[in-house]
Design a protein around this ligand. Structure first.
Ligand SMILES: CCCCC/C=C\C/C=C\C/C=C\C/C=C\CCCC(=O)SCCNC(=O)CCNC(=O)[C@H](O)C(C)(C)COP(=O)(O)OP(=O)(O)OC[C@H]1O[C@@H](n2cnc3c(N)ncnc32)[C@H](O)[C@@H]1OP(=O)(O)O
Length: 215
């Protein structure tokens, strides 16, 4: 399947790519928040727009075809850098840095005003997005990666914007199906819970011997 690439990028090349693009990603995230909260006048937004157009013109000079995909290096870390939750080159991603422990994965992260649903609260779709990723990473980290077949989300109380923690773990595996559970918490406790079934698709079953490729 296209989108999964194996390459020989060295650790140094990967770090160079990160150092080249991560700063514009972070600046663009900041920009999203400012689009929502800035109170400058029309002349100032017009001036800002001119600068943005200049930046767009520079970045447009050389653009890859299609999305980033999942790039796995034989020599360095895997780069899911366009990913909507963890992509270090994706300003739409919060992004989360996910820590893989022996029996679970977790992430401490901050959600800005760009993720608002109900006033001051996280949009429910964003919570589902984050839990989909965390549960999927728990499945992959346990050696049984898969596509989300079914994700069930229970919103127990409003999730405030700001500092949050997400956690997930595998509950059990049945053949090609992995059942994972997880939650998002604020300082007061659990806000959202999820359970999901992650299924190794038919097209990938011959790859099952090398699950590390997908972690
Ligand atoms: C080796 C790599 C494989 C690819 C792994 C993919 C991603 C992993 C990559 C990196 C891992 C790192 C981190 C992961 C991070 C985030 C995860 C985010 C994941 C997503 O954001 S992903 C996007 C949303 N996701 C889709 O876009 C799926 C579209 N869909 C399909 O691609 C197929 O529909 C599929 C594959 C779901 C099943 O198709 P299939 O043909 O392979 O399955 P098959 O018929 O053989 O069924 C086998 C058994 O699963 C049961 N079953 C079938 N469908 C079910 C369902 N929906 N719910 C519950 N159970 C279901 C059957 O009932 C049977 O159960 P039983 O064996 O007990 O009878």
């Amino acid at each position: 399947m296209s989108g999964y690439q194996v390459d020989d990028a060295t650790v140094e090349e990967i770090e160079t790519e990160r150092a080249t693009y991560e700063p514009i990603t972070e600046a663009t995230r900041r920009l999203a928040d400012l689009c929502i909260r800035s109170q400058v006048d029309a002349a100032s937004t017009a001036r800002a727009l001119e600068h943005l157009q200049a930046a767009i013109d520079v970045l447009s000079q050389d653009v890859a075809e299609g999305p980033y995909g999942l790039r796995h290096s034989r020599q360095g870390p895997t780069r899911p850098w366009g990913n909507a939750v963890v992509g270090v080159r994706n300003p739409v991603a919060p992004p989360l840095k996910v820590v893989h422990e022996t029996d679970h994965v977790w992430s401490d992260f901050e959600l800005s005003s760009a993720y608002e649903g109900p006033p001051s609260l996280v949009h429910g779709g964003v919570s589902a997005l984050i839990l989909d990723q965390l549960l999927g990473e728990a499945a992959a980290a346990a050696g049984s990666p898969g596509m989300t077949g079914t994700l069930t989300v229970r919103y127990r109380r409003g999730t405030p914007l700001g500092a949050l923690r997400a956690e997930a773990r595998v509950e059990r595996t049945e053949g090609y199906k992995t059942f994972a559970v997880g939650q998002i918490c604020d300082a007061e406790g659990v806000c959202v819970e999820a359970e999901g079934v992650f299924i190794l698709p038919r097209w990938a079953r011959s790859e099952q011997e090398q699950p590390e490729r997908f972690e």
